[in-house]
Design a protein around this ligand. Sequence first.
Ligand SMILES: Cc1cc2nc3c(=O)[nH]c(=O)nc-3n(C[C@H](O)[C@H](O)[C@H](O)COP(=O)(O)OP(=O)(O)OC[C@H]3O[C@@H](n4cnc5c(N)ncnc54)[C@H](O)[C@@H]3O)c2cc1C
Length: 438
Amino acid sequence: MSMKGRTAWTNWAGNQACAPVAIRQPSSEAELVGIVKEAAAAGQRVKCVGAGHSFTPIACTDGIMVDLRRYGRLLGHDPEARTVTVEAGITLSALCDELDQRNLALENMGDIAYQSIAGAAATATHGTGWHFGNISSRIVALRLIAGDGSIVVASAEENPEVLAAARVGVGALGIVSQVTLQAVLAFRLHAIEEPMLVDELLADFDGYMSSADHVEFYWVPHTAWALTKRNRRTDEPAEPRGRIKELVDDTLLPNVAFGALCRIGRRRPSLIPRLAKILPSTGRTEYTDRSDHVFTSPRRVHFYEMEYAVPRDVIPEALNRVRRLVDEVGIQLSFPVEVRVVAPDDIPLSTAYGRATGYIAVHVYQGTPYDAYFQGVERIMDSYGGRPHWGKMHFQRAETLAERYPRWDDFQAVRRRLDPEGRFSNQYLERTLGPVPA
Ligand SMILES: Cc1cc2nc3c(=O)[nH]c(=O)nc-3n(C[C@H](O)[C@H](O)[C@H](O)COP(=O)(O)OP(=O)(O)OC[C@H]3O[C@@H](n4cnc5c(N)ncnc54)[C@H](O)[C@@H]3O)c2cc1C
């Protein structure tokens, strides 16, 4: 970035960059309040950034960027209620370690643990599980700094409408300062990972996706195969993979070997279909380990991603349309298409609001042109009233999104109350939520 006196910022995927007037790293709530008041006095905007793991420009700002890496302590623990209160910048991996020390765990998680709790919740980050909700659905209280620098406490008793909206706040309601989470007793997961024919799996999609607590699969484009992952909650003792096996499964294959395939594929796209055939031959793996160590794994190959939430029962049809799109458009893809399910919730801007939800996620290797593929997939998802992940690529606007969220106006009312001047807005929020309503 060349703008004088400004600091350059880019996200993890490297596809979003901005030049904030300043990047601050506060370590107390008082400092956070001070930054908001200072910005209000100077007429500047403010934007928090967690781990920068969103693919959209959701965390970008030309105002003050607030980096929460020094604001991640555990503040309280209620052993009876099994809740913990943390500062908003804590990473999911640090949070899981804190929970584990107290014999607790997060109920469900996505694929990685690099995100901050506030960043993950802001975009409705989710894992998979027929009976399990997303991370935001486990938030029972929070403290938020509004546009004028005042502190708003939100719980079931105090400002419940703020709690309802701010569990998936998209960064639009204020700075989340503290989060209280409902945890569960620590548990282990027994994992089975194996390739399956995708047509067999889709023939009994409901049966397959509900055959264990947390089921997901990756269809490998240009093949008839899906790589499946079934995790069952268990009290059985851990039987982890050996360190070498774990390194090969979680780091070497998906990151190093896969990265090499992607690089070859980018240079010689015509080789991709043949390279893809190598992936499903990775065999069957079975192991039992601490829940967060099974839910999440390292991601070192950088990519771009789009993910859509649709009613769960349309997934087989929608995925088959994506499969046909890949064939028809002749796109050579080195990344799999991920399918997950999540239980419905009641959070106004949650992608799983009010319906049992299935997710289809498409990826391309960093630097690969994605417009034709992602737009084609988006048109398919539009026909099912699809809701894009707030942190992943999409081409929607407020006008196209409003009708997909029955409680859109409730969210906007809270936004108007907490941030009437759009202190926390940015270009992405103006596009996807519109300006703060008058
Ligand atoms: C490799 C990879 C794997 C992923 N896997 C999954 C997955 O399995 N499931 C899934 O659902 N998503 C997944 N994601 C997406 C990711 O979980 C989300 O984009 C998440 O929002 C990133 O968290 P973050 O801490 O990096 O937030 P950022 O991207 O830094 O910020 C996201 C939003 O949160 C806001 N924010 C951050 N902190 C605060 C705060 N204190 N107060 C108010 N607003 C705040 C930011 O302003 C911004 O609007 C993945 C992303 C990557 C790169």
